[in-house]
Design a binder for this molecule. Structure first.
Ligand code: PEP
Ligand code: MG
Length: 926
């Protein structure tokens, strides 16, 4: 019997008809390859080609740079298929097929965009290209481009050569090109003729041989294999590795390689190349935002070598560009692009970032992918696409990351400060918001200075993928060249970072680490270390450090509408941790549905009411019972005022008030000045204060007389707090204001502690109800912040109306890590890989999370009506919110500024949970 050996498929063909892959094959074909296949499937005009899979890349690195068996044969077979389809042969000296070789990872990585165009041109095949096209200028231009790219990508980068700053092979070749232009007295590449390019191609080869000690290969297959290998190699290049680290992209994903028949945008004035977003990635406006260049190849647009033309008349008038738009120059092509926009957006249900080439009046699509966008644009696009019925609500909500939402909470330059500031330049507004920092001119220095704690603005001629490690920690990025689709603009937008590109007013001298700008008839000089400020929303650069302010989100309708969509899906309630009316108002403005934690002790530290602290200190220091009682009453009066103000703002929303928690010694003065003030105010000696401090001293105060223990040791303190709370509620109720106080007992370890305190709380409530002649709408509950309380939650639940996880203390006690001191140890643990993350920021699902889940299950078993929430810091962390949603909490509570993020995280986690349940059901049904 014949044995059938199943051969691995390493290469997939794509074409307008006959694509072997689909968009869903991104893991295998990379984003670019999968979407090229999909565009073929949609019948869009793409040049045919083939994709070598990401699996080849993984195998390549596993086997020390050896390709898997059968891969080369498949490359050859696909090349033949391509030759047949195009009707030209690779390496044919009469009419050569030329190809591009490009990388394409699963997730777009502008950090490793290695591309080699025009592969297949040699000293022999170029003659065929000249004869066939009758256009020697075009052919020599293609050749010199191949030589430049090949030398850069294959012969230098992939070979692991690290040139000095300013001395890379690409820069040396560009310098040569500038020299020729200068000698000829021209400015643009388009002004060089065939002879110039031919001469340059030969000069380039000489420079390459001299600099890299290797000749530029003159064999087409050698070029092709070299380019494929270089793209794979680039996956593990320095810049790609650092980009992946920043973006959290796994190193074992690998990149695919796309080999595609060349189409030429540089064949004359009826040819062009361009890039565009189907909607504006800066503000979400539903119009093409793009750039094109006549008689050029793709890299020219992104590299910022020539100033690109605007794509539409609308964009031209908006940017004030003098250059003709594609809409005006090639109206038919522009109309085709409009149709393609609709096809792509309807098909992918997302804003697309496209690349296209026009060869002699015919449009070709070279790439489409979901476009990166900043926070404001993400929100607008999500809402618009939902309104246009392109995506459902759930998809609209998943489209905006919590980080993008966070961008809207970012700083802006204070407009008042801008009025009097010195403008030193204007550029394109590539990344919104404001940034202020000291100038640095190289990515390495930006990284080092930022590490040393400085706020830096990275100022570059233009950025390249090698700069990402310095771009990330910079407050903002400023480049002298490049357009809205330049590297700096793309990367900054992806990160939501403030960025200005193409600021031609500045002249950078890297050697002296200085930049100069012309201001009127003066020339201003800025050194490294000088402060500047960027307004990335307007594209203006200012001298000096300007004041920054937070944007007013309460008046941002798009933001509010988007957040309102979260309410249709999320299951988790959203509360806030706040104890001042201003904070409560802000949190409610952001959509908080009540207060999950009002810490009574925070009323003591009110800068505007120093007498509250004094009353507390009197309470602690007096030995005379009458004086003590008077102090307690006085403190009760202030607490009542604060509770009343807060309940009034809440207007019927729940207010969880946590009874006094910290050890009392924390209220005694420490500084000399405060001790003296207290001595005067109380007519008490320093000795007496010190004596009291010694009495209250505990070896381990965090585990000492605090929380519920305080209330059991001094029940009168609990009583007084409850009197304040219930009287405030009753008096408001009499005025027709609805109140819902929820009294919360901290730090219990046993149900009996709660029973003890609840008796006092309910007695006071009954007394107030009788005195005011009304019924109060109140609850009594406890925090779960000790492991024992979690373990015995089933018993505790029988007596409480609600529970709230205090995960700050619960984490402290589960780990035995002091929450106030452990930060440097946790940092070291994370660096050494002992811990994966800081458990005080994100819930530790394997430890603390197990206690939380146990608590919820046990508590619900004995008290099905119990309400369970969280008020520890982790309650505002998106990852923790997903976990808390999955274990079935009723609400999460966090600081006011995190409320919007929590609303989105709660909705997204519920969508993900429902999808997982549906998938499970479907799997079970099959
Ligand atoms: C907690 O422990 O998580 C909590 C919310 O209380 P505090 O931070 O006040 O101890
Ligand atoms: Mg606590």
């Amino acid at each position: 019997m014949k044995k059938i050996i199943a051969l691995n498929k390493w290469v997939y063909y794509f074409a307008e008809e006959g694509s072997e892959g689909r968009a869903s094959d991104k893991n295998l074909l990379g984003g670019k390859g999968a979407n090229l296949a999909e565009m073929g499937y949609l019948g869009l005009p793409i040049p045919p080609g083939f994709t070598i899979t990401t699996e080849v890349c993984t195998e390549y690195f596993k086997n020390d740079g050896a390709y898997p068996a059968g891969m080369m044969e498949q490359v050859k077979a696909n090349l033949q298929r391509l030759e047949q389809q195009i009707g030209k042969n690779f390496g044919d000296i009469n009419d050569p097929l030329l190809v591009s070789v490009r990388s394409g990872a699963r997730k777009s990585m502008p950090g490793m965009m290695d591309t080699v165009l025009n592969v297949g041109l040699t000293s022999k095949t170029i003659k065929g290209l000249i004869d066939k096209t009758g256009n020697p200028r075009f052919a020599w231009d293609c050749y010199r481009r191949l030589i430049m790219m090949y030398a850069d990508v294959v012969m230098e980068k992939a070979a692991g050569i690290e040139p000095e700053e300013g001395k890379s092979i690409r820069q040396l070749l560009e310098e040569k090109m500038d020299e020729v232009k200068h000698a000829k007295g021209v400015k643009n590449d388009t002004e060089l003729d065939a002879d110039d390019w031919e001469k340059l191609a030969s000069d380039f080869k000489e420079i390459i041989l001299k600099t890299l000690n290797k000749p530029f290969p003159d064999d087409p297959m050698e070029q092709l294999y070299g380019a494929i290998g270089a793209v794979f190699q680039s996956w593990n290049g320095k810049r790609a590795v650092s980009y992946r680290k920043i973006e959290g992209i796994p190193h074992d994903w690998g990149t695919a390689v796309n080999v595609q028949a060349m189409v030429f945008g540089n064949m004359g004035t009826n040819s062009a190349t361009g890039v565009a977003f189907t909607r504006n990635p800066g503000d979400g406006e539903n119009r093409y935002l793009g750039e094109w260049l006549p008689d050029a190849q793709g890299e020219d647009v992104v590299a910022g070598i020539r100033t690109p033309n605007p794509i539409s008349e609308y964009m031209r008038s908006k940017s004030g560009s003098q250059l003709p738009s594609l809409e005006a120059a090639m109206p038919k092509i522009y109309r085709d692009l409009r149709k393609i926009k609709t096809v792509l957006e309807e098909h992918f249900g997302n804003m697309q970032d496209i690349e296209f080439t026009i060869q002699d009046g015919k449009l070709y699509m070279l790439q489409t992918r979901d476009g990166k966008r900043n926070g404001p644009a993400a929100i607008k696009i999500a809402i618009d696409m939902f309104s246009e019925n392109l995506i459902p609500i759930s998809e609209a909500l998943m489209r905006v990351t919590t980080d993008q939402l966070d961008e809207l909470l970012h700083d802006m330059v204070d407009p008042e400060a801008e009025k009097t500031a010195t403008i030193i330049g204007k550029g394109l507004a590539a990344g919104p918001g404001g940034a202020t920092g000291i100038i640095v001119f190289t990515a390495d220095e930006a990284e080092a200075m930022a590490k040393a704690g400085h706020k830096v603005i990275l100022v570059r001629e233009e950025t390249s993928p090698e700069d990402v490690h310095g771009m990330k920690p910079a407050q903002g990025i400023l480049t002298a060249r490049g357009g809205m689709t330049s590297h700096a603009a793309l990367v900054a937008r992806g990160w939501g970072k403030c960025c200005i590109v193409g600021c031609g007013d500045i002249q950078i001298n890297l050697d002296t680490r200085q930049m100069t700008v012309k201001s009127g008839d003066k020339t201003l000089t800025f050194k490294q270390g000088d402060w500047i400020t960027l307004n990335g929303t307007k594209g203006i650069v200012y001298a000096d450090q300007l004041n920054m302010i937070k944007p007013n989100l309460e008046e941002n309708d798009t933001f509010r509408f988007f957040l309102s969509l979260t309410n249709t899906i999320r299951r988790l309630g959203i509360r806030t941790n706040a104890d001042t009316p201003a904070d409560v108002r802000r949190a409610i403005g952001f959509g908080a549905e009540g207060i999950g934690l009002f810490r009574v002790e925070h009323t003591v530290y009110n800068e505007l009411k120093p007498m509250v602290l004094l009353a507390m200190q009197k309470l602690i220091l007096s030995d005379d019972p009458e004086e003590k009682e008077a102090a307690l009453k006085e403190f009760g009066k202030y607490l009542k005022e604060d509770v009343s103000d807060t309940l009034r703002v809440l207007n019927g929303l729940p207010l969880t008030i946590r009874l006094m928690d910290p050890p009392l010694h924390e209220f005694l003065p420490i500084s000399e000045k405060n001790v003296q003030m207290l001595e005067k105010a109380m007519d008490i000696s320093r000795k007496q204060i010190d004596k009291k401090r010694a009495e209250l001293h505990e070896q381990n105060p965090m585990m000492g007389n605090r929380g519920v223990r305080l209330g059991i040791m001094q029940p009168e303190i609990t009583k007084m707090q409850c009197l304040s709370i219930f009287e405030a509620a009753a008096e408001l109720q009499l005025k027709g204001i609805k109140t819902r106080p929820e009294v919360m007992v901290p730090l219990i370890v046993d149900a009996n502690e709660f029973i003890h305190q609840a008796k006092i709380i309910r007695e006071v409530a009954a007394e107030v109800e009788a005195r005011y002649g009304l019924k109060l709408d109140y609850l009594v509950g406890t925090m779960i912040e000790t492991p024992r309380a979690a373990i015995t939650a089933g018993v505790i639940a029988k007596y409480v109306d609600f529970m709230s996880f205090g995960t700050n203390d619960l984490t402290q006690m589960t780990y035995g890590f002091s929450r106030d001191d452990v930060a440097p140890i946790v940092l070291k643990y994370i660096q050494d890989g002992i811990l994966k993350f800081d458990p005080f920021q994100s819930i530790d699902e394997d430890g603390v999370g197990v206690l939380i889940k146990w608590t919820v299950d046990q508590a619900r078993a004995t008290n099905p009506n119990i309400k369970i929430g969280i008020c520890g810091e982790q309650g505002g962390d998106p990852q923790s919110i997903a976990f808390l949603n999955s274990v079935g909490l009723d609400y999460v509570s966090m600081s006011p500024f995190r409320v919007p993020i929590a609303r989105l995280a709660a909705a997204q986690s519920e969508i993900a949970r429902q999808e997982a349940v549906a998938a499970e059901l479907e799997a079970a049904g099959n």
